[in-house]
Design a binder for this molecule. Sequence first.
Ligand code: PHE
Length: 333
Amino acid sequence: MQEQLKALEDQALSTISSAHSLDDLERLRVRFLGKKGELSAILGGMGRLSAAERPVIGAVANTVKAKIEEHLQQQRLDLEEKAIQEQLASERVDVTMPGRYLPQGRIHPLQYTMDQITDLFIGLGYTQVGGPHAETNYYNFEALNFPPDHPAQDMHDTLYLEDGRLLRTHTSPVQIRYMETHEPPLRIVVPGRVYRKDALDATHSPVFHQVEILVVGEDITFGDLKGTLSLFIEQLLGKRPMRFRPSYFPFTEPSMEVDIWWETAVGKGRWMEVLGAGMVHPNVFKSAGYDPEKVQGFAAGMGVERLAMLTYNIDDIRLLYTSDKRFLEQFPG
Ligand code: PHE
């Protein structure tokens, strides 16, 4: 019996050594040590032994059992360790490998300039609002004190839609829409796209962008307007030569335009008009249902393309629309 046990031990140890998986191991444990396993089968013959032999065989059997168990445990640890090593090897990351280039989008310089202008006014306590691009003649002209069929409307080469509406020629109609639905005092900033029947050249485009501001309250003065615009220009472009020039708009009185000196080359340059502005005309307040005896206000409309051209020293407006990556990649955004 002792030999049988020894033979069992040898066989168990070598079979266990060649087990390939934890499942295999479990099957071997049942086969050798299970209740109906091979060790039990041998020990079933103990009854035939003498009283003197029994403890001897019992001790041998215990040693064999312990050895098999220990070997099973060792093999289990080895297999587990091997599995971890395999996993580590298969999931290995080469941290020295160069990265893959993923093309990254950025904000267009035009949008960036418009965001900057808008943010500046939001910082001054203005509320951002918008309005429809397809407008009625009423909001785009009439309510803004353009007399019907008056040649003043020729200032804006208007694109008309088939249904009688038009594409807004400026962001000023939003002044009326906002005042109709809100009480003074108010401060709004209106970034948006506008449309005119202009041919595309170095400084004109049929579609362009404006940022409108409107401030209404009591005791708002022309000085407030000049101060606001000076601050705005300085914040956006830094200190630059600028001039306020008297002008005319039906919806403001007095009116002015602001020009900024644009240095095209050393010692060369010209004035570039970047915005129109003025004190809100009493008739505009009347259109909106405000009493012009009680409130005053100022308004301004900035040309975003031109401010972007000045910011980035771009000499042709068309560069802003052609989506040439070689051009666009030169900007922060
Ligand atoms: N709406 C005018 C334009 O497009 C600009 C402007 C806005 C002028 C507000 C005065 C006040 O030219």
